[in-house]
Design a protein around this ligand. Sequence first.
Ligand code: HQG
Length: 179
Amino acid sequence: MDYMKLSKELSYALRHAPWEYELELDEEGWVEISQLLVALHESPGWRNVTEDDMQHMIAVSEKKRHEINAGRIRALYGHSTPQKISKIATQPPELLYHGTPVRAVSSIMEHGLQPRQRQYVHLSADMDTARQVGQRRDDQPVILRVKAGQAAREGILFYHGNESIWLADVIPSRYIEQG
Ligand code: HQG
């Protein structure tokens, strides 16, 4: 079993295109694993995939992208589906980080951090994670510091994704520092 491939397939289904699997995410992004399996079993590459494979994939993944509970599975972050996944706002750490390509910085400092194609802005709890996120698009990404504590106290909403990822609504540039 190629667990990385399975993770990508499930991320696609649970973050971006559940309708292609005849699934509907509930308000918190959950779907029944049994329904997901019905759809996966129709495709030749996933004919034998099981819930145990999904459990194992989550256990061996470097990043906690998905979670399983009581026969259901969901993506923890990254959604782009039209209906916004509801999250409970919580107080973030004082500082969060965001890794981005050099070419995006001037626009971010002008317009703030925007969710772009996703439902929420994604922030990292530490600089290493932010660097890895930024390196998807630039060998030498810029790591921005986000004054999350202050932003939250002033009304910007933050949400927990996993232990290293936080989500937020648009973050105005006054809370963002470079270098
Ligand atoms: C940028 C992956 C111009 C932003 C990662 C980013 C993460 C702006 C891009 C997770 C902007 C959006 C999310 C503005 C934001 N002007 N550019 N005003 N505001 N941007 O992929 O944070 O491996 O939607 O800097 O590791 O890169 O798939 O967000 O470069 O955790 O699990 O617009 O996705 O996780 O890109 O990544 P994305 P992201 P997985």
